[in-house]
Design a protein around this ligand. Structure first.
Ligand code: B12
Ligand code: SF4
Length: 455
C-alpha cells in the first residue's frame, strides 16, 4: 500500500516569508513520530512518504491519485488544517484517513468527525495492525513502550520536504510536571534510551552527512550523568556537528563538568524555560526553580559560550505587566541569544486547560490560535488584547538592530547577522498584526482587540 504522512500547518505559517524567517531562527527540521511510524510500515513492505507543510509544498493533486492511506500527525494548532485536508481527501478520493499525535490523543471524538480511525498515545505498537486492517476500532489506544531502545530510528529518506537538521529524541517525557506542559503528560512516564542506542542513531546522521543535529528531548539534562556520558562519547568518537540545539533546565548550570562537556560536544544552543522572575508565579505552575538558579544559569551559559534561548511565559495569573517586563530585561541582561516569549496556552490534556475551562476563561475561536503566540484565554490582571500587545512589545524590545552588534561581538558575525534578520522580521510581523487588529474585521487580531474593548 502507499501511505502518506502529513504534518499540516496553519495558513500564515505556509506563507513563504514565514518560512524564510524560520530559516533565520534555526534550520528546518522534522517532528520524528511520522518518520518512526513510516519506518515501521516501510519495513513491512509498504511505500511511505512524509511531508511537513511547514517546510515545503505538498503535491496533493498527485498524491490523491495513488495514495491508499493518509496519516495526519496533529498538535493543537495544526488540527483545524488537518481536519480541512482530511475532509478534502474524503471528498476527492477513496483513501482512508488516520490521525494521531497530541491533539487527537486528548480530543479523539472531535478528530473522529474527520477521520476513519484515531490512534491516541504512542503509535509504534499499533500502526501496522491499523494500516493492515487487523485493528478496526474507531479510537485505538496506542500502548506505552516500556523499552524505548526497541523503537526504530526515524527514517529521513522518506521525508520529502526540506530538512537540514536531524532530530534525536533520547528520552520520552520529563520527570517534572509543570502545570501547563503537554509533553510530560503525553509521554508519561519518563523513559530513557541507552547511551549506546543514542550514539548509534547519531552515528547514522553523521554518515548521512547532516551538518546539524538537535536533541529534541523535553529535558535533555534531566539526568546529568547520562547527558555527560553522551557528550563524552560524541567527543571521543568524532560525532559532533556544527551546532546541536537542546532543551535544558536552569539546574544544568550547577554542574561545571556538564557545561564544559556540552560546549566541547557543540551543544551550544539551549532553550531554557525561565518562565518568570516572579517566585509566586513560578510556584503557581509547579516549576520547581528559583530566581537565584535562573541568574546562575544565565551567567554560567555565557561563561561557556552556550547561547541561551530564554523562554518566558506571558500571562501567568500571578504576573502583571511589570513582572513580564522584568523577565524580558533579564533576558537582555544575560545577553540571551534569542528570546522565546510564549503566551500561556491552555493545551487540552493539561491542568491549566481543565481549570480555565471550568472557570469559563477560554476565549471562543479556532484551535489554530493555540500556538503560544496568540492569547486564547482571559487573563486575570489585564485584558486579552493588553496581553497580546505585551507579546508584540517583548519581541520588539528584545530583537533590536542595536542588539545585533552585541551578539556579533560575543558570538560572531553569523549570529549577529541572524539577530539583525530577526529584528527586521519582528518589526514587519508585529506591525502587520497590529494593523490587522484595526482594519481587518475577519482577522483574529481584530476580534481579540474588540473582545477586549467590549469588556
Ligand atoms: C521538533 C518539534 C518541532 C519542530 C518540528 C515540528 C514540525 N515541523 O511541525 C518545529 C521547531 C518546527 C516545531 C514547531 C512547532 N511546534 Co513543536 N515540537 C517539537 C518537539 C520538541 C518534538 C517533536 C517530536 O519529535 N516528538 C517525539 C515523537 C516521538 O512524538 P510525536 O511526533 O508526537 O509522535 C508520536 C505520537 O504523537 C504518535 N503520533 C504522532 N503522529 C501520529 C500520526 C499517526 C497516524 C499515528 C497513528 C500516531 C501518531 O505516535 C508517535 C510515536 O510514538 C515537540 C515536543 C515533543 N516532545 O513532542 C514540540 C511540540 C509538538 N511543538 C509544539 C508547538 C506548540 C509548536 C508550534 C505551534 C510552535 C510555534 N509557536 O510555532 C510549531 C507548529 C509547527 C507546525 N507544524 O505547525 C507543542 C504542541 C503542543 C500541543 N499540544 O499542541 C509541543 C508538544 C511542545 C510543547 N510546547 O509542549 N516543533
Ligand atoms: S520542565 Fe519543561 S518538559 Fe518538563 S514538565 Fe516542565 S515544561 Fe514540561
Amino acid at each position: 500500500m502507499k501511505i502518506v504522512f502529513i504534518v499540516p500547518t496553519t495558513g500564515l505559517k505556509r506563507f513563504p516569508p514565514y518560512r524564510w524567517a524560520g530559516r533565520i531562527y534555526g534550520q528546518p527540521n522534522s517532528i520524528t513520530g511520522p518518520l518512526i511510524l513510516g519506518e515501521i510500515l516501510k519495513r513491512a513492505g509498504h511505500k511511505v512518504e512524509v511531508y511537513e507543510e511547514l517546510n515545503g509544498r505538498v503535491p496533493y493533486n498527485r498524491l490523491l491519485k495513488d495514495t491508499d492511506i493518509f496519516c495526519f500527525s496533529l498538535m493543537t494548532s495544526n488540527a483545524p488544517r488537518g481536519y480541512e485536508l482530511a475532509d478534502m481527501i474524503h471528498r476527492r478520493s477513496g483513501a482512508r484517513v488516520l490521525m494521531g499525535g497530541m491533539h487527537p490523543t486528548w480530543m479523539p471524538e472531535e478528530a473522529l468527525e474527520h477521520a476513519d480511525q484515531i490512534i491516541t498515545g504512542e503509535g509504534e505498537k499499533v500502526i501496522l495492525d491499523v494500516v493492515e486492517g487487523r485493528i478496526t476500532e474507531p479510537v485505538v489506544r496506542g500502548p506505552l513502550i516500556e523499552n524505548i531502545d526497541e523503537v526504530p530510528f526515524p527514517d529521513y529518506s522518506i521525508l520529502k520536504t526540506p530538512c537540514a537538521a536531524a532530530n534525536v529524541i533520547s528520552t520520552r517525557g520529563c520527570p517534572c510536571r509543570c502545570s501547563f506542559c503537554t509533553t510530560s503528560r503525553m509521554f508519561h512516564p519518563y523513559r530513557k534510551r541507552s547511551v549506546d542506542n543514542v550514539l548509534a542513531e547519531i552515528r547514522r546522521y553523521k554518515e548521512m552527512g547532516f551538518r546539524y543535529m538537535n536533541f529534541e528531548d523535553d529535558n535533555f539534562t534531566a539526568d546529568k550523568e547520562r547527558a555527560k556520558e553522551i557528550c563524552r562519547r560524541m567527543i571521543a568518537e568524532g560525532l559532533t556537528f556544527r551546532e546541536t540545539f537542546f532543551f535544558g533546565r536552569t539546574d544544568m548550570a550547577e554542574d561545571e563538568e556538564l557545561l564544559e562537556l556540552l560546549a566541547q560536544a557543540h551543544l551550544t544552543r539551549v532553550l531554557i524555560g525561565i518562565e518568570s522572575l516572579n517566585q509566586k508565579a513560578l510556584d503557581s505552575i509547579q516549576k520547581g526553580q528559583n530566581i537565584e538558579a535562573i541568574c546562575r544559569a544565565g551567567e554560567a551559559c555565557k561563561r561557556h559560550r552556550i547561547r541561551v534561548i530564554a523562554s518566558i511565559v506571558l500571562g501567568l495569573d500571578e504576573d502583571g505587566l511589570s513582572d513580564m517586563d522584568r523577565s524580558i530585561a533579564f533576558a537582555e541582561s544575560i545577553h540571551a541569544y534569542q528570546l522565546q516569549p510564549a503566551i500561556l496556552t491552555p493545551f487540552p490534556g493539561t491542568p491549566v486547560y481543565r481549570d480555565y475551562e471550568a472557570q469559563g476563561r477560554i476565549l471562543p475561536g479556532s484551535w489554530s490560535r493555540f500556538d503560544m503566540m496568540n492569547v486564547v484565554f482571559q487573563p486575570t490582571k489585564m485584558s486579552p488584547w493588553e496581553l497580546q500587545e505585551e507579546f508584540f512589545r517583548a519581541c520588539r524590545k528584545f530583537y533590536t538592530f542595536s542588539s545585533a552588534k552585541d551578539i556579533r561581538r560575543i558570538f560572531g558575525k553569523e549570529y549577529g547577522r541572524r539577530r539583525w534578520g530577526l529584528a527586521l522580521m519582528t518589526r514587519l510581523g508585529t506591525g502587520a498584526a497590529r494593523l490587522a487588529s484595526h482594519i481587518a474585521p475577519h482577522s483574529d487580531y481584530y476580534t481579540l482587540r474588540h473582545i477586549s474593548d467590549a469588556q
